[in-house]
Design a protein around this ligand. Structure first.
Ligand code: ATP
Length: 234
C-alpha cells in the first residue's frame, strides 16, 4: 500500500440534480503507484473527468476513501489540499484553465513561483518540444485552441509534479503533435518517477500507457493486456 500514490477505495459518486440522483461511480477501486502510467477511457459522460476531479480534491466522494501518499484525505482541510495541489500535482484541464491576464511565459512559470523554483533547462525543453517559444510573450487569450493546449501542458509539467492528471491533453492537436506530447509525458515519468493518469478517447494515446482502465456503467474495468479486461480490484 505504501508505494501507492493514489488509492480510491470502495468509492462511489452520486450527483444530485433536483429530486434525481445520478450514480457516476459505483464502488470503484483504483490505484496508481509512483512511476506508473494509467489510461482511463470510457464513453462521453461515463465519469472520467469526475475521477480526476475527485483525485484533485475538486469533487467530494459520496462513499469510500481517497488516499494520497497513503494519507486518508477525508480529513484534509483547504490548506492541506492547496499544499498538495501546488507541490505534488500537475493538471492538464480539458478546458485548459489558463490564467488569462497573464502571458504564456507567466502561465508556465506560475507553478514554479508557488514552489520557489527557477525557470530551468526542463522548462526550456518543454517550450521547445511543444513549439511555443515564439509565443512566450503573447497573452494566452490571443492563442488558438491547440496553442492554448500546448501552453497548458507546459504549465502542468513545469515543476515536475509527482502526480500528473491529464484530461484529453491531445484533443486539440494534430496527430504528430499528439505523439510528441505522449513522448514528453513518458519522459517526465521516466525522469521523475511521476505517476500519470491520462483520460483519453484515443486508443493510440492509451497505448503509450502501462495500464488501461475502462469506465462502463459506473464500474472500472482494468486491462494490462487489451484482450483480457477484468474488473479492477485492490
Ligand atoms: N457538477 C456536476 N453536477 C451534476 N452532474 C455532473 C457534474 N459533473 C459531472 N456530472 C455528470 O456526471 C457524468 C460524468 O461526467 P464526466 O464529466 O465525468 O464525464 P466524462 O466521462 O469525463 O465525459 P467526456 O468524455 O464527455 O468529457 C455526466 O453525466 C455529467 O453530466
Amino acid at each position: 500500500m505504501e508505494d501507492k500514490l493514489v488509492s480510491l477505495i470502495n468509492t462511489s459518486k452520486f450527483f444530485v440534480d433536483g429530486k434525481d440522483s445520478h450514480r457516476v461511480l459505483d464502488n470503484v477501486n483504483f490505484q496508481v503507484s509512483r512511476g506508473e502510467s494509467a489510461a482511463l477511457t470510457g464513453t462521453s459522460g461515463s465519469g472520467k473527468s469526475t475521477i480526476l476531479n475527485i483525485i484533485a480534491g475538486f469533487e467530494p466522494l459520496t462513499d469510500g476513501e481517497l488516499r494520497l501518499n497513503s494519507e486518508n484525505t477525508g480529513s484534509w482541510n483547504d490548506q492541506q489540499w492547496s499544499y498538495f495541489r501546488f507541490q505534488t500535482l500537475g493538471i492538464i484541464f480539458q478546458q485548459f484553465n489558463l490564467l488569462t491576464p497573464l502571458n504564456v511565459r507567466q502561465n508556465i512559470a506560475f507553478p514554479l513561483s508557488l514552489n520557489r523554483q527557477p525557470w530551468d533547462n526542463w522548462c526550456d525543453h518543454l517550450v521547445d518540444v511543444l513549439q511555443i517559444r515564439s509565443l512566450l510573450d503573447r497573452h494566452v487569450s490571443s492563442l488558438s485552441g491547440g496553442q492554448q493546449q500546448r501552453v497548458a501542458i507546459a504549465r502542468a509539467l513545469a515543476h515536475k509534479p509527482q502526480l500528473l492528471l491529464a484530461d484529453e491533453p491531445t484533443g486539440n492537436l494534430d496527430q504528430n503533435a499528439g505523439i510528441e506530447v505522449m513522448r514528453l509525458l513518458n519522459e517526465l515519468i521516466d525522469e521523475c518517477n511521476t505517476a500519470l493518469i491520462l483520460v483519453t478517447h484515443s486508443q493510440e494515446c492509451a497505448d503509450f500507457m502501462q495500464t488501461h482502465y475502462h469506465l462502463l456503467n459506473g464500474q472500472l474495468i482494468k486491462s494490462n493486456n487489451k484482450d483480457e479486461p477484468h474488473y479492477a480490484t485492490i
